[in-house]
Each structure stands twice: as structure tokens, then as C-alpha cells.
Design a protein around this ligand. Structure first.
Ligand code: GLU
Length: 302
């Protein structure tokens, strides 16, 4: 791994050992096939490296949390043999840490209030508030990115470079007073000593923001590996009907075998009727990020 440059333009992993991976679902619904794939890939990668695997419940966005979803997700993961090696960390219990991180960035003059912010993606970039003195408490907080390109070296997707002027300054705290996803993820990946983030390619762009936040907080940057995003057979966004794998009567073995197949792991026939723990155990030795190299999306079979 390369080391950080003075200008902060290179994504680097300063945490190498021990390997600690994580799966970080948002309890805004039940576990779907795409999130099962991400959970499985991060678990396999952790085990293939002899590392730990943690589950972090990303329930910081309280208005979107669905009551009971967190427990349902954990129960579904357990049915697939995926359980956290340490107690599950709930972001709802971490508000003080996010606030402290924001304060550090404000003190370092790396954060500014933004009146127009609600959702970063729908806003002009760069935000005009960065050149104003906004004192209105009814505002969000953003990180002030510098002009240097943010480079993400992804173990599966390769290198991408992001122009901060096009990316826009990430939101750290929302106008409603809640820590934003990007800040919470960065703070918690560092807090949990996560060395390797394996997740869906829909979060590739967010990675640039998370790296910038980690670097601004002078925290270690993990390695990243973004697995292909699951789509409908024709490439369209995954349909709602396919989204839940928590259905009663679910055939765990069939679903797991299918998910492994999507990760290019072909289970031998005799294992397809074996307990999920045997299927997982065998798959650890057949997992390889190289086989997914550069693949941004995988369509489900018809
Ligand atoms: N909580 C996010 C989600 O469910 C994932 C965060 C992450 O893996 O960094 O989409």
C-alpha cells in the first residue's frame, strides 16, 4: 500500500494488520439479496485473511429506521451463518463520538455551516455557502474539501480519481441535527479498527468522501473493495419483489448457493445440501477478489 501524500491526494491504507472487516446494514428495511451479497463477501474476505468480522447497525438516521428491522436483519444473517465476532455496534449509541468529530473539524476550520443542504447529491457543487459566514443554527455542516483530487484505490474496482469540485463537499451533520452517514461511517470504521471495507459498488463514490473525512480527522484509512452491484436480469435496479431475503420458508441453502455463484464461487453438488456452515467453510478457500476485478454490476439470472 502506498502511503499518504502531503497533499492528501492518494487513498491509502494505514491500517494493515490485524484484519478487521465489517458489514454495516441500515435497518431501514429487511435484508435484501444485494445486502446479503455484501455481507457474504465481507465475511469471506475476513475469514480468508484469518481476520475478524463485525456487524455494525447503521441506525443513525432515526427517521428512516423501521422498528424491528435491526433484529430481523441480524436473525436473517444468523440463518446464513453470518454472526458478528463482537457485540453489534449500534450507531444510535455513538452520537457523542460523531459530535466530538464534528467539533474537531469545526475547531480546525475544516467545516462550515450550509443553509441549503439537505441531501448532498441534489445540491450544487461546490456549495455557495462555503464562501459565506452562515450563523443560522438551522443549517447543516459540511467538510471543506481542498482542490486536490481524491484517489480511491479499490482492490476490486481499481483506481478512480474524483474532482472535489464535481463531488461537492460532504455533509457531516444534517440540518435536522443528526450526524450524516458519511461522517458516522468514517468515525466508526476508525473506532472499530476496520482494516478492510468490503461492500457494494453503489458506495464507491461515497468512499472518496469517507477518505477525505478520515484524512481531515487524521484517522487511518482502511483498504476498500467494492463488489459488483446486483441488478435485475436486464441490468435494471433490483426490483422490490427481490429485495427481501427474510421471507418465511426461505430456502437458506439455495439462496446461499445462488449468492456464492454470483461471487463466482461454484459449490460442488454434494455441498449444496450441506449445512450452511459447511458451505461457508468451503467457500472461504475459493474466495478471490481477483475474479470480480473491474466488474461494476452483476445481473441476476433470468
Ligand atoms: N449502511 C450502509 C447501507 O446499508 C452501508 C454502509 C457501508 O457499508 O459503509 O447502505
Amino acid at each position: 500500500m502506498k502511503s499518504s501524500t502531503a497533499t492528501g491526494t492518494t487513498a491509502t491504507a494505514s491500517v494493515v494488520a490485524p484484519y478487521r472487516g465489517r458489514f454495516a446494514p441500515s435497518p431501514t428495511g429487511l435484508l435484501h439479496q444485494g445486502s446479503l451479497l455484501a455481507a457474504l463477501a465481507s465475511w469471506l474476505d475476513a475469514r480468508a485473511h484469518g481476520g475478524s468480522w463485525l456487524i455494525r447497525m447503521e441506525d443513525v438516521d432515526s427517521p428512516r429506521v423501521v422498528p424491528g428491522a435491526a433484529d430481523a436483519i441480524l436473525a436473517t444473517l444468523a440463518r446464513f451463518g453470518l454472526t458478528s465476532d463482537e457485540p453489534v455496534l449500534y450507531q444510535s449509541g455513538r452520537r457523542a463520538a460523531y459530535h466530538e468529530a464534528l467539533q474537531r473539524l469545526v475547531d480546525a476550520q475544516l467545516s462550515y455551516r450550509c443553509r441549503c443542504a439537505r441531501e448532498a447529491r441534489s445540491l450544487p457543487a461546490p456549495c455557495l455557502c462555503r464562501d459565506l459566514v452562515v450563523t443560522d443554527a438551522d443549517s447543516a455542516w459540511r467538510l471543506r474539501l481542498d482542490d486536490a483530487a481524491i484517489v480511491v484505490d479499490d482492490l476490486i474496482q481499481g483506481r478512480s480519481s474524483y474532482d472535489p469540485r464535481l463531488l461537492g463537499d460532504p455533509i457531516l451533520y444534517r440540518r435536522d441535527g443528526l450526524a450524516a452517514y458519511q461522517l458516522a461511517v468514517a468515525v466508526d470504521d476508525a473506532h472499530q479498527g476496520i482494516s478492510d471495507v468490503v461492500r457494494g459498488a453503489d458506495l464507491l463514490e461515497s468512499t472518496a468522501w469517507q477518505i477525505a473525512i478520515l484524512q481531515a480527522l487524521q484517522l487511518p484509512v482502511p483498504r476498500y473493495a467494492h463488489i459488483p452491484l446486483l441488478t435485475e436480469p436486464g441490468g435494471a435496479k433490483l426490483a422490490k419483489s427481490r429485495r427481501s431475503v427474510a421471507l418465511a420458508g426461505l430456502d437458506e441453502r439455495g439462496t446461499l448457493a445462488e449468492a456464492l455463484g454470483l461471487l463466482d464461487i461454484a459449490l460442488p453438488e454434494e455441498l449444496k445440501a450441506a449445512p450452511v456452515s459447511d458451505m461457508l467453510h468451503w467457500s472461504v478457500t475459493h474466495w478471490s477478489t481477483a475474479r470480480l476485478s473491474g466488474i461494476r454490476a452483476i445481473a441476476l439470472p433470468n
